[in-house]
Design a protein around this ligand. Structure first.
Ligand SMILES: Nc1ncnc2c1ncn2[C@@H]1O[C@H](COP(=O)(O)OP(=O)(O)OP(=O)(O)O)[C@@H](O)[C@H]1O
Ligand SMILES: O=C(O)C1=C[C@@H](O)[C@@H](O)[C@H](O)C1
Ligand SMILES: [Mg+2]
Length: 172
């Protein structure tokens, strides 16, 4: 199992699909599963129930995916904000030997350039998005077993780097 984490716009969904195709594994995206279960968009859940409720729903989805069939799993950009999700990710290599949590790195400016002002990503409306990005960095680092830079790389090049990073833990 490969689990992709990283800030919104890092390319988890895009690269995850490519990796799954290359590895001949199913692709699962926590945001898509949550939306399917809720019958509502991410933006609708944020607007009606708030971010904390979204994180609780997201945690349930992530735990199910981590315990489920072998797959490439893309998480939402804020999944590490939930302490239970952090614990589940930290425990993954013990629960599933060989499983990897891969951090796709992106800085805030690049992330913003990629996603624009997508209304489907309600976190973009936060005036303190820079602080959100900064406070997630240590959580990403704590749960990741591999780290892959995405700046200046196409999604296909990022997927290559994820596969290469298996040997060293870092793709530099
Ligand atoms: N390496 C890359 N270089 C340039 N653009 C990219 C790259 N990876 C993804 N993108 C583009 O950035 C946008 C966001 O990508 P994607 O939806 O895969 O990000 P994400 O990490 O899944 O975000 P979220 O956390 O919001 O789900 C898409 O338009 C995608 O085509
Ligand atoms: O960074 C975030 O907090 C989010 C990222 C997306 O993947 C979605 O999970 C949602 O838009 C929240
Ligand atoms: Mg995504």
């Amino acid at each position: 199992m490969i689990v992709l984490v990283g800030f919104l716009g890092a390319g988890k969904t895009t690269v995850g699909r490519l990796l799954a195709a290359r590895l001949d594994l199913p692709f699962r995206d926590a945001d898509h599963v949550l939306v399917e279960r809720q019958g509502r968009s991410v933006a609708e859940v944020f607007a009606a129930d708030g971010e904390a409720a979204f994180r609780t729903l997201e945690h349930e989805v992530v735990d199910d995916l981590l315990a489920g069939e072998d797959a490439v799993v893309a998480l939402g950009g804020g999944a590490v904000e939930h302490p239970g999700t952090q614990r589940s990710l930290a425990a993954l290599p013990v629960r599933r030997p060989g499983a990897e949590v891969v951090l796709l790195e992106v800085d805030l400016a690049e992330a913003r350039a990629r996603v624009g002002d997508d209304p489907g990503r309600p976190m973009l409306a936060r005036p303190d998005l820079a602080a959100v990005h900064a406070r997630r960095l240590p959580s990403f680092a704590r749960v990741a077993s591999r780290v892959v830079a995405t700046a200046g790389r196409s999604p296909a090049e990022v997927a290559d780097a994820v596969l290469r990073a298996g040997e060293t833990g870092r793709d530099a």
